[in-house]
Design a protein around this ligand. Structure first.
Ligand code: G6P
Length: 610
């Protein structure tokens, strides 16, 4: 959720931090703030985006050390006072925080009773006061004060702390919220996300839960919660600046929609051999037997990743003949789930940091299940905590509404399902080879769909002010209907619902009249007749039908008021094509409505609180 960045070195810290915050703004953007030390501690913060904070700093802030924050509010409305950094009573300690301090009310009461005063509604402010209280006992030992404070905190945190009397160091601590150290030449950075440090270094150290680190311009130290010094692995960051910039597109979302052919090619590279009809997935090779003999597979995820999980369910069941359940990660954990040895959990997450997904993974692992990850961000918490997994290699996704991660996740799940089916002997060689050859064609077919973006823009212009949308699909079209509706809700704030086309008759049909746009995803062969009947039912009630169908499906085309065609493909692969027009539809509608596409209200790219 919130973004954190910190810098110590020869550069002007405020400039590095503002740049970093802009890169992290997709994680939260209701307020922003910065604390720097130049002799004394100075803080600038306020409600609004990073650009507004930047204007507050126009007079220039000196100093080669500082921390910054871009917020997604959990406790206390977004306003100037609740913005981070938060300060100790003496104004010498500044703290920025990502996460939730669950026992902050108790801590606040204790500290208030001891004479500390509070100015904000946030949970974070207690951290600054708590550190101050321990520092009063031993003013020369900041590390001790931070460590003792952390021991009193329940909940989750990524914390960065600076103290005016310790002007050469930034202290950071992690429990449940990501943090990494960026190692530069004569400079060091800290950040909640690698994109904020990529410009300065490609060497990073990922902190693990319970660890506390101190950075100075010429080095760093990492300690365990027991205060033992740790030697951490230094990772090489493979992230180019092009990947985290808009590259001529007006929005990251549009850039990422158009990047899908490349994202899928990257995802397939080295993994398929269309000539031989084989698949190599190094990340799960060692657990393939266990996976193939699984009692059942449980897929846990949130948001768009949950939708790709649904596609995964259809794929695994039909190709590998394995029973699959798809769970909202948040519900799984609090339901006394029956899972144990012999079961396999697959967690799907773009960011690899979603708190609920991480919690589900831990629950499954603790109960003895094998846990696999389908993750985009290399080195993320989920990637590191799973037993094995397959990266989707979609490259950084910055638009809050997920697009290329969805298609890359579905691509990986398709690869896994085919591989598993081959291993279990549930697929004929001919069918597997056909699927693999067709997968190889998918990037080109997506290019073809993208060429018709202007046609979809035209449809979007006609429906920009519709108050509601219904999305209907069957089989592989159903998860796509859900995803299409989610995209529209997220960025245009239009109420939209996705439904299995037949289930429409059990309620949503009552909503259909001549004002209701109904998007039908009708691209799978094996459900075509039934889908045609459902479209007839919508038409009979004068719904405005926008059909996504395969080239040459005259039956559907004759019924629909508007049609977008996708190239023909095998039923199992249709989600990779049919979702593209829906992403574009929501994008153009949101732009027409003047919405902030990349930073929709109230949302965050990475939900690191439960
Ligand atoms: C947030 C994002 C969605 C994303 C979901 C799950 O809601 O806005 O785009 O699908 O989290 O995130 P994950 O990183 O776990 O895929």
């Amino acid at each position: 959720m919130c973004g954190i960045v910190g810098y110590v070195g020869p550069k002007k810290a405020s400039e590095v931090i503002i740049k970093g915050l802009k890169r992290l703004e997709y994680r939260g953007y209701d307020s922003a703030g910065i604390a720097t030390i130049n002799g004394s501690l100075s803080v600038k913060k306020g409600k609004g985006k990073v650009a507004k904070l930047e204007s507050l700093l126009s007079s220039g802030v000196e100093g080669g050390i500082g921390i910054g924050h871009t917020r997604w509010a959990t406790h206390g409305e977004p306003n100037d006072i609740n913005s981070h950094p938060h300060l100790s009573d003496d104004g010498k300690i500044a703290v920025v925080h990502n996460g939730i301090i669950e026992n902050y009310n108790t801590l606040k009461k204790n500290l208030s009773d001891r004479g500390y005063s509070f100015y904000s509604e946030t949970d974070t402010e207690v951290v600054a006061k708590l550190i101050e209280s321990f520092l009063e006992e031993k003013p020369e030992d900041l590390k001790r004060a931070v460590r003792l404070s952390l021991a009193q905190i329940n909940g989750t945190y990524g914390l960065a702390i600076v103290h005016e009397d310790f002007p050469d160091q930034i202290m950071v601590a992690r429990k449940g919220s990501p943090l990494l150290l960026g190692i530069g030449e004569g400079e060091m950075l800290i950040a909640s996300d690698a994109s904020a440090v990529a410009e300065y270094t490609d060497k990073v150290v990922y902190l693990d839960d319970g660890e506390l680190a101190i950075i100075r311009k010429d080095g760093y130290e990492v300690h365990s919660s027991q205060d033992e010094a740790l030697t951490k692995e230094v990772h090489e960051l493979a992230m180019s600046l092009d990947e985290i910039e808009k590259g001529g597109f007006p929005h990251f979302m549009l850039k990422e929609i158009f990047e899908q052919p490349k994202a899928i090619s990257d995802c397939l590279r080295g993994r398929i051999n269309p000539a031989k009809g084989t698949i190599t997935l190094g990340g799960i090779e060692s657990v393939l037997d266990q996976l193939a003999n699984a009692r059942r597979i449980i897929i846990a995820a949130c948001g768009t990743s949950w939708h790709s999980g649904l596609v995964g369910e259809y794929l695994f069941e039909s190709l590998a003949e394995l029973p699959v359940e798809v769970e909202y990660a948040s519900e799984f954990r609090y339901r006394a789930p029956l899972i144990g040895e012999g079961d396999v959990m697959i967690v799907i997450s773009q960011s690899g940091e979603t708190a609920d997904t991480l919690a589900a993974l831990r629950e499954a692992k603790q109960k003895g299940a094998l846990v696999l990850g389908v993750v985009n961000v290399v080195g993320s918490s989920i990637a590191r905590e799973t037993d094995a997994g397959v990266y989707i290699h979609a490259g950084p996704e910055i638009g809050v509404a997920s697009t290329k991660a969805f298609t890359a996740q579905v691509t990986v799940l398709t690869l896994m399902a085919i591989k598993l089916a081959q291993h279990r002997g549930t697929i004929e060689d001919k069918k597997a080879a056909e699927l693999i050859r067709e997968l190889d064609q998918i990037p080109g077919k997506i290019e073809h769909v993208l060429k018709n973006a202007s046609g979809i823009e035209h449809i979007s212009n006609l429906f920009t002010y519709a108050p509601n949308f219904l999305y209907l699909g069957r089989s592989y079209g159903f998860p796509v209907a859900l995803e299409g509706a989610l995209k529209l809700k997220e960025i245009s704030y239009i109420h939209a619902e996705g439904y299995p086309a037949a289930e429409m008759k059990h309620g949503p049909i009552a909503l259909i009249d001549d004002m209701m746009p109904v998007v039908v995803i009708a691209a799978t062969d094996h459900t075509n007749d039934k889908m045609v009947s459902n479209i007839e039912e919508v038409k009979a009630r004068k719904g405005r039908i926008i059909a996504i169908t395969v080239e040459g499906n005259k039956e559907v085309e004759n019924l629909a008021e508007f049609v977008t065609e996708v190239p023909e493909t095998i039923d199992e692969l249709t989600p990779l094509l049919t979702v593209i027009p829906l992403q574009l539809l929501s994008y153009y509608i949101a732009v027409n409505r003047g919405c902030n596409v990349d930073q929709p209200r109230n949302l965050a790219k990475s939900v690191t609180v439960e």
